[in-house]
Design a protein around this ligand. Structure first.
Ligand SMILES: *[C@@H]1O[C@H](CO)[C@@H](O)[C@H](O)[C@H]1NC(C)=O
Ligand SMILES: *[C@@H]1O[C@H](CO)[C@@H](O)[C@H](O)[C@H]1NC(C)=O
Length: 216
């Protein structure tokens, strides 16, 4: 039997059904904590190690919506984001998130959604990324598609990923272009349509909800 006991145990742990006759999954890809809907996470920009951040400060240009920046310090409660499915999704709290899934990220402190659109970003004139809407107010501008780098089939902590904005095709991007007028050396976050090393992120600190293994 190619399908080892270990592989079955891993699948059970992941809360997935064990399909008949399927090959054993790669065990290396099973390491790391799974990110599930309802988890509260920080996203670290791979190149600069800054955290995706928002706060109740509007952009002084573009849409004038709530600003999103890269934040240098690890410990800041304005860098927490809640992972949610789109409103019409059948996904439930505690479900794992496969590659290619459309997700939303809700800023924990202000309840607004990570959003993008065709406004120009303040420093480099790329696509502006803002926080917009609220619990009962969300649109397709809040939709981001998960693209996992490497071999993982579902999203895990410390795994390199890209988030591609559905409406504009822009990847969530940051770089060491800093705002001179904001304290603490925060850097620009924007959308860029080309795949670049500067649009890779990792889920780091957070509260990871355990996988919900109960079947419907
Ligand atoms: C995830 O999906 C993207 C886009 O479809 C693809 O390029 C990438 O190879 C996939 N990653 C994995 C680990 O399958
Ligand atoms: C787990 O899923 C079941 C079935 O959908 C649901 O009734 C239950 O509330 C879920 N538990 C949590 C902690 O989300």
């Amino acid at each position: 039997m190619a399908f080892s006991f270990f592989a079955v145990a891993v699948l059970l742990y992941l809360g997935l059904e064990v399909p008949e006759g399927s090959p054993a999954p790669a065990t290396a890809a099973q390491e790391g904590v799974q990110i599930t809907y309802g988890s509260v996470i920080k996203l670290m920009h791979d190149r600069t190690k800054f955290r995706l951040h928002s706060h109740d400060v509007p952009y002084g240009s573009g849409s004038g919506q709530q600003s999103v920046t890269g934040f240098p310090n690890v410990d800041d409660s304005n860098s927490y984001w809640v992972v949610k499915p789109p409103p019409d999704s059948s996904a439930k709290q505690g479900d794992v998130i496969p590659n290619g899934t459309i997700i939303r990220l809700q800023h924990m402190r202000t309840r607004k959604w990570l959003h993008s659109h065709l406004h120009a970003s303040p420093i480099t004139g790329n696509l502006e990324v803002s926080c917009y809407g609220g619990d009962m107010n969300s649109d397709t501008g809040d939709f981001w598609r998960l693209e996992i780098e490497g071999s993982g089939k579902t999203w895990k902590q410390d795994q390199r990923v890209r988030l591609r904005h559905v409406d504009t095709g822009g990847y969530l991007h940051s770089h060491d272009k800093k705002y001179s007028r904001i304290a603490g050396g925060q850097q620009e976050v924007c959308g860029v349509r080309e795949k670049r090393p500067d649009n890779v992120w990792l889920a780091t600190e957070g509260v990871y909800l355990p996988i919900n293994t109960s079947d419907v």
